[in-house]
Design a binder for this molecule. Structure first.
Ligand code: NI
Ligand code: MN
Length: 226
């Protein structure tokens, strides 16, 4: 399977049969490497309602004949905007032809629109895709239950925010790698705007010095074969 980074916190997981996208912030992201019209995926996973994550989720789900999978209130919000939705919640596992998606906690907030309407709670996802296991934490700080998730899920690839300010920064993200103990790490949520400029190569060095994991730094548009 391929893991393609589409900028900020957006990843496309695919093989020749299926495509899953997470947090498709494309139209308003100057670093997005593809137009939203080029993207098809089902399901469309959304970790929380902030614009840099919900992004173009509804448009992509509709264009794909697919569904937005999110925590209850955010999925319901998307359904009221005309998308098919799969409302799920922490601990829930939703099954698909390619495998499954489990909803896990994240420490952040979740709102939509200019009036900051709250839409439930944010989440991370554990994605099982034809034998591969990916844990995307979503926007979050470091938290102790990452250890529990790592122990239970046997994570092959962890996708972690490193930009700080709104999420954990590089030092806490290295601690997250220690707790999740994945085989591979891909950093995200850095460099898009001023407050989250960090050096991903320094993060990679810290991960590889301090843990057995290999860190892959992708530029927007680049992909990694899992
Ligand atoms: Ni956010
Ligand atoms: Mn964010």
């Amino acid at each position: 399977m391929k893991v393609r980074f589409l900028g900020h916190a957006c990843f496309l997981f695919s093989d020749d049969k299926d495509s899953v996208i997470i947090d498709p912030f494309i139209t308003d992201n100057p670093q997005a490497p593809v137009p939203v019209s080029a993207l098809r995926a089902d399901p469309v996973l959304v970790t929380h309602g902030h614009g840099d994550h919900l992004g173009d989720a509804i448009e992509i789900a509709n264009a794909s004949g697919g569904s937005v999978l999110a925590t209850n209130e955010l999925a319901e919000y998307c359904m009221r905007q005309g998308a098919a939705g799969i409302p799920a919640h922490y601990g829930g596992v939703v099954h698909f032809e390619f495998g499954s998606v489990k909803v896990v906690p994240a420490w952040h907030s979740s709102s939509v629109g200019g009036d900051l309407r709250l839409v439930g709670v944010p989440c991370g996802f554990v994605i099982r895709f034809r034998g591969h296991t990916i844990y995307d934490t979503g926007d979050t700080c470091l938290f102790g239950d990452m250890k529990l998730i790592g122990d239970i899920e046997n994570v092959e690839l962890a996708i972690l925010p490193i930009g700080g300010h709104y999420t954990m920064g590089p030092d806490d993200a290295v601690r997250a790698v220690e707790m999740i103990h994945p085989r591979l790490v891909i950093p995200m949520h850095f460099g898009t705007w001023d407050p989250i400029h960090v050096d991903p190569e320094e993060f990679k060095k810290q991960v590889e010095d301090r843990t057995p994991a290999k860190c892959i730094v992708l530029k927007p548009g680049e992909e990694y074969e899992l």
